[in-house]
Design a protein around this ligand. Sequence first.
Ligand code: UD1
Ligand code: UDP
Length: 388
Amino acid sequence: MEPKKILVVFGTRPEAIKMAPVVKELERHPQEFTCVVAVTAQHREMLDQVLKLFAITPHYDLDIMRPGQTLEEVTCRALMGLTRVIRECRPHLVLIHGDTTTTFAGALAAFYQQIPVGHVEAGLRTGDPYAPFPEEINRRLAGVLSQLHFAPTATARENLLREGVPPEKIFVTGNTVIDALLATVRSQYEFSLPQLQGLDWAKWKVILVTAHRRENWGGPLREIFSALRELVRRYPQVVVVFPVHYNPKVRDLAWEILGGQEHIILLDPLEYEPFVNLMARSYLVLTDSGGLQEEAPALGKPVLVLREVTERPEAVAAGTVKLVGTRFQDIVEAVGRLLEDPEAYNAMAQAVNPYGDGLASKRIVKALKYYFGFSLTRPEDFSSSKGL
Ligand code: UD1
Ligand code: UDP
């Protein structure tokens, strides 16, 4: 049989991190697959950081990012650009990831060209169309447009089954983010950034912060940032390290409220390697990110999630992740409890790994072999494993 052409589509930092292991694994199977990478570059610098780290040179780069872009602009530019790519490349299957605008546009472009779609990180749901916004709807739409669903966990599989997806179309693979994490985090690591190089990890309790969700823009971000100021004021042993997303809606407010504050280190977005190694050395993580809710539990780091709901309930059930919302008082109290009460801290600081065992991309490629008839064996489903 001729190799099947797989077009891998992504555009933002988290998609790139989570698709890189899949690209690498596909490239290890040239007899069965020809892997073609198309990036929308919905993100530019933050995407390029990841492409460089994993040494991926896209075959197509649509370069669509514009400062302060709207959802509509990204959707139209990605849909038009990806349609041209799919027409030219004529893949046997398009692989998309997660829940961004690139994800949805990629699935729709493939559907219009009648090319089957495989959805990586399928089946995550909060049940609330506006939280996270617009990701909850992006992933549902992507699901409707997909023929193959790579669910990271059994819970995600259940969500898809409830929506009527046939069981034979779902593969429980684990999340490829753990593949990337295992390949990147190290017990010995030298930071090259001066602000991190000089940090005494034994002396300081480092709180790693990220925040960027659309539903937190404005008032909620103001409360979060004010809470950070209050925490470094109350707890002299705390240093906040916050690599600030390039989105001007986040960046401008972060610098307005936190710029120049003692014990608050504002950074540009970090490359993935220093970032996960920073996470591995932090005391706790405060975030509204999806990916961090998966990575930090694997490293045994408590995560306080700056949201009202999460599509990742597994680590909440395991006790490593708690939802704290975005109110000033709730954040200060929840972080304060972990700083003051060692028992509360230790109960959360347990390495658990409900999201993967580092073999997700292997399972995805095995599933593709099975789908295309290169193999008669369906890959075994992932079931949760212990932390790192
Ligand atoms: C996007 C995704 C979100 C994902 C997040 C990961 C959508 C609707 N949102 O949100 O699901 O969680 O990425 O970070 O798909 N910018 C730069 N350089 C970069 C990246 C962004 O300058 O490398 C700035 C630009 O001004 C850009 C803005 O950030 O217009 C917003 O980027 P966009 O991708 O539209 O939204 P995110 O908030 O990053
Ligand atoms: N990340 C990174 N540098 C940073 C912040 C995050 O490499 O400065 C990584 C992080 O390890 C995770 C991913 O980016 O794998 C999360 O991306 P983001 O929070 O932007 O998106 P989300 O996961 O919320 O969609």
